[in-house]
Design a protein around this ligand. Structure first.
Ligand code: ADP
Length: 334
């Protein structure tokens, strides 16, 4: 488990329930999404109708589950939470759909990872609030139509582009969640610190925010680790100095890079003069699997403008040299 990983670990799951904003007003940042969603929900409430299906796209840890719970709360509706990988057979989905109450919110995380037959059943359910349940096998099989109460599907995916267009088109409202800026992350951290009864000053919050990779989940996790340090090594108050010292212990640097990220960058700079170098060669040099380098380390390095993927291989940017405090070879700096 990486301290700067965006996917929830066991501890996150245990504490996140307490940290989740409960309504749109409490939800920090994502101004456009909030404003649009507010209109969608108000209008549905005014009509006394069930809200349109909502598609949320964005990286893990940006608040998709939280928003789905807020949608349910704002509609005063119950919510059922499941995920694409959990629905392997159309029958699994039929069982869930047929047990929904009127107006219920169904949150389907990683909706792009549903099986094909389940996906096709979902099309009809979303559009006509109806499913065909197939009973029996072979020539004797019959499809029994089943009416469903109106419900609101909230689908979440890392990228809306991964969804087949017929599925994407059935959502009335699509929102793309962006990474959070430093000021927003500071607000997330102050809010969480208040809920966790942790003392933190503005410089401490700013320091943690800068290392949180634009992701509230990571900000909350770093806050907990820094809190531990502040309790054990100091008087409990989180200042910039304490945050720096704590995160040095965990090897999360000033920009939120961890050991793996720095290892990749260092190999690229020190062994290959900044590249270009092929992914496989780079992976061997770091002592990691190709997939780990490509899928775990690189996306953030690319997003931070430290590494570029080019047809000739991986290349470090001038910012990478600066970040590691190294001087690029003359041919590159001229
Ligand atoms: P996702 O479903 O996109 O992976 P979650 O909704 O589970 O993300 O959010 C992860 C954690 O980050 C939650 O504990 C939540 O409290 C916090 N969080 C996410 N977005 C916000 C936000 N806009 N304001 C405050 N906290 C947030």
């Amino acid at each position: 488990e990486r301290l700067v990983g965006a996917v929830a670990d066991g501890e996150d799951q245990a504490v996140e329930a307490a940290l989740r904003p409960k309504d749109l007003g409490e939800f920090i940042g994502q101004e456009k999404v909030r404003e649009q969603l507010d209109l969608v929900l108000r209008a549905a409430r005014a009509r006394g109708a069930t809200a349109d299906h909502v598609l949320l796209s964005g990286a893990p840890g940006l608040g998709k589950t939280t928003l789905s719970m807020i949608i349910a709360a704002e509609m005063e509706a119950p919510i059922r939470i499941t995920s694409g990988p959990a629905i392997q057979h159309a029958g699994d989905l039929a069982a869930i759909l047929s047990s929904l109450q009127e107006g219920e919110v169904l949150f389907l995380d990683e909706i792009h990872r549903m099986s094909r037959p389940a996906e096709e059943m979902l099309y009809m359910a979303m559009e006509d609030f109806r499913v065909d349940v197939v009973v029996g096998k072979g020539p004797g099989a019959t499809a029994i139509p089943l009416e469903l109460p109106p419900f609101t599907l909230v689908g979440a995916t890392t990228r809306a582009g991964l969804l087949p267009p017929p599925l994407r088109d059935r959502f009335g409202f699509t929102a793309h969640m962006e990474f959070y800026g430093p000021a927003e992350l500071e607000r997330v951290i102050h809010r969480s610190a208040g809920l966790l009864d942790v003392e933190i000053d503005p410089t401490g919050a700013a320091e943690i925010a800068g290392r949180s990779r634009g992701t509230p989940r990571i900000a909350n996790r770093l806050l907990r680790r820094v809190r531990d340090y502040a309790q054990v090594k100091a008087d409990g108050l989180i200042t910039q100095e304490i945050a720096e010292a704590a995160l040095a212990v965990y090897e999360v640097d000033a920009r939120g890079l961890d050991r793996l990220d720095r290892g990749v960058l260092e190999a690229l700079l020190k062994l290959f003069g900044g590249g270009p170098v092929g992914l496989s060669t780079l992976a061997v040099a770091v002592g990691e699997e190709r997939e780990t380098v490509e899928e775990v380390a690189e996306p953030f390095l690319v997003r931070e403008g430290l590494l570029a993927r080019t047809p000739r291989g991986r290349v470090a940017t001038p910012a990478a040299w600066a970040h590691l405090g190294l001087t690029p070879p003359r041919s590159q700096s001229s």
